[in-house]
Ligand binder design. Structure first.
Ligand SMILES: *[C@@H]1O[C@H](CO)[C@@H](O)[C@H](O)[C@H]1NC(C)=O
Ligand SMILES: *[C@@H]1O[C@H](CO)[C@@H](O)[C@H](O)[C@H]1NC(C)=O
Ligand SMILES: *[C@@H]1O[C@H](CO)[C@@H](O)[C@H](O)[C@H]1NC(C)=O
Ligand SMILES: *[C@@H]1O[C@H](CO)[C@@H](O)[C@H](O)[C@H]1NC(C)=O
Length: 202
């Protein structure tokens, strides 16, 4: 009895210290997208909210003005083409990425970055990084994912092109986004928040 009480107090103290969300909240928010529902990710998306766990990523997000991604499945069903276009105040970047599925038949796939081509202001630049991508369950016209490179992790929240201008609607999701960031160990004090008006990269 006494031991149980001490254990409970220690548990409460631990929760109080790092202010982690309750495990139930993480179970509700951090739900990986089942591989059988992968079709939900294909199409074009606009970034509305994002955070990173490393200062280099946070600097990129601070300068970002808009970001657009497209996901397409290759005919082999094992490769996802992941094209990302970003605009910054005075430049733009495009990433052309191929993701490959793991060989196992897991319920939730972690997609490995197989190759990346980077263009800055339309000119190809040398770029070489490793990493992976995981998708999470989200609302109907939403896409939620993590991008983990060798140095840092991003949590990225997208809306379908078309509903990306409804900034008031995006705000409704901010609390859940922040809690999910905490569950995944990503600080959320320096988020990118799309303003709903900046034009999308062409
Ligand atoms: C962000 O913008 C500032 C000011 O224009 C610039 O000094 C800095 O290099 C930029 N950082 C990145 C990562 O683009
Ligand atoms: C890919 O998936 C589609 C739909 O499930 C299927 O019709 C097609 O045969 C698959 N192609 C390969 C190469 O497995
Ligand atoms: C991705 O795969 C396609 C088809 O195999 C290929 O044409 C393209 O060059 C690849 N992209 C990169 C960035 O390697
Ligand atoms: C990319 O980096 C990996 C690991 O550091 C290395 O093995 C590979 O040769 C590099 N590729 C290029 C094209 O630089």
């Amino acid at each position: 009895m006494a031991a149980a009480k001490v254990a409970l107090l220690l548990l409460l103290a631990a929760i109080g210290c790092n202010a982690a969300p309750a495990p139930e909240a993480c179970q509700r928010l951090a739900k990986r997208l089942p591989t059988k529902n992968l079709h939900e990710i294909f199409g074009e998306w606009v970034l509305v909210w994002s955070v990173s766990d490393f200062h280099v990523g946070q600097d990129l997000l601070r300068n970002l003005t808009s970001s657009h991604v497209e996901f397409k499945l290759h005919a082999d069903n094992k490769t996802i083409e992941y094209n990302e276009k970003n605009t910054f105040s005075n430049s733009c970047t495009s990433y052309f990425i191929n993701l490959t599925a793991p060989s196992d038949d897991a319920e939730h796939h972690t997609w490995t970055i197989h190759s990346i081509r980077l263009e800055k202001n339309g000119v190809e630049v040398e770029y070489n990084d490793t990493g992976d991508v995981e998708f999470y369950e989200s609302c109907d016209d939403c896409l939620l994912m993590t991008y983990k490179s060798s140095r840092m992790k991003f949590l990225l929240s997208y809306r379908k092109e078309g509903s990306h201008r409804d900034v008031e609607q995006h705000k409704v999701a901010h609390d859940d986004n922040k809690k999910l960031a905490e569950c995944l160990g990503v600080p959320h004090d320096k988020p990118f928040i799309y303003d709903g008006v900046t034009g999308l990269p062409l």
